[in-house]
Write a protein that binds this ligand. Structure first.
Ligand code: GUN
Length: 282
């Protein structure tokens, strides 16, 4: 029987902290604001954006909803980013990924002013993470670290295995765990004998994007299992972990839904408040 790491409850706490900071800023005449840019009409992206905007409303962040047609050109998107960068009433800029394939996501991310990069995707933010300098951390891995802290799970000395090497999750997750003194292994599609590497993990983070791939044969009894996967299947939303099989042997586990997802959005709120605070010199 594992401890169920409750992302819904924890995310509500993080949002409440952010709301408190928003009230303090409001007393000084500052309303944090987040520009949310969605290009095209991918239903999953549209649903994520809706949830982010709902969280903004709850916390008191002014979200500016910028929906662009799927046919938007690189030049049009660049021009929009430039105008958001130059607008002092905007504190954070989020461009929902993935972008339609004719657009160059890397150049869009690099164009966002680093001080408004609340997603933590900009090369400067990632470079700061690598160097151990303060800066915006990507929301999903930062949310995972917050979950570990809240449940008194100290990664120090643990063998942490991260499955997935994306720039959004896997790489920054590995760096944050390293910063927290774990011994970190990053696995990916070319890793030999993935199950046996995973079985060496005291802390296993699954960020692969394959429904329920991590079954009991990948998990050491007593391991902490963090499931970053959000997979839409015919039988609903499932994670990368076969929850029914793994929960009985893990010491702690995040459910899907109700685990990492809400924490990602809560950390976006925290980052946006931090951007507003920094911009207003508070
Ligand atoms: N697509 C999937 N996750 C994210 C995220 O955290 N931020 C943005 N902007 N796009 C995403």
């Amino acid at each position: 029987m594992a401890t169920i790491i409750d992302g819904v409850k924890l995310a509500a706490e993080v949002r409440e902290q952010a709301a408190g900071a928003v009230r303090e800023l409001a007393a000084q005449g500052v309303t944090p604001s987040l520009a949310v840019v969605l290009v095209g009409d991918d239903p999953a992206s549209a649903s994520y954006v809706r949830m982010k905007e709902r969280d903004c409303a709850e916390v008191g962040i002014d979200s500016r909803d910028l929906r662009l047609a799927a046919t938007t050109s690189q030049h049009e998107l660049d021009t929009l980013i430039d105008s958001l960068n130059a607008d002092p009433s905007i504190h954070g800029i989020l461009v929902q990924m993935p972008l339609p394939s004719h657009l160059d996501a890397e150049s869009v991310i690099a164009r966002i002013a680093p001080e408004k990069d609340v997603d933590g995707f900009h090369p400067e933010s990632l470079g700061r993470l690598v160097r151990g300098l303060p800066g915006f951390r990507a929301c999903t891995p930062a949310g995972v670290m917050e979950m570990l802290r809240a449940y008194d799970i100290d990664p120090t000395g643990m063998n942490a295995v991260v499955v997935g090497r994306s720039t959004i999750v896997g790489k920054p997750m590995a760096l944050l765990l390293l910063e927290a003194n774990a011994t970190v292994t990053v696995c990916h599609s070319r890793t030999r004998d993935l199950a046996s590497v995973c079985r060496g993990a005291d802390l296993l983070v699954a960020a692969i994007g394959r429904p329920e791939m991590i079954d009991a044969t990948y998990v050491k009894p007593g391991a902490v299992v963090i499931d970053v996967g959000i997979n839409r299947t015919d039988h609903g939303m499932v994670g990368d972990v076969d929850y029914a099989a793994v929960e009985p042997i893990a010491s702690a586990i995040t459910p899907v839904p109700g685990g990492v997802g809400p924490m990602t959005r809560a950390l976006l709120m925290r980052n946006t408040v931090a951007a507003a605070r920094a911009a207003s010199g508070r």
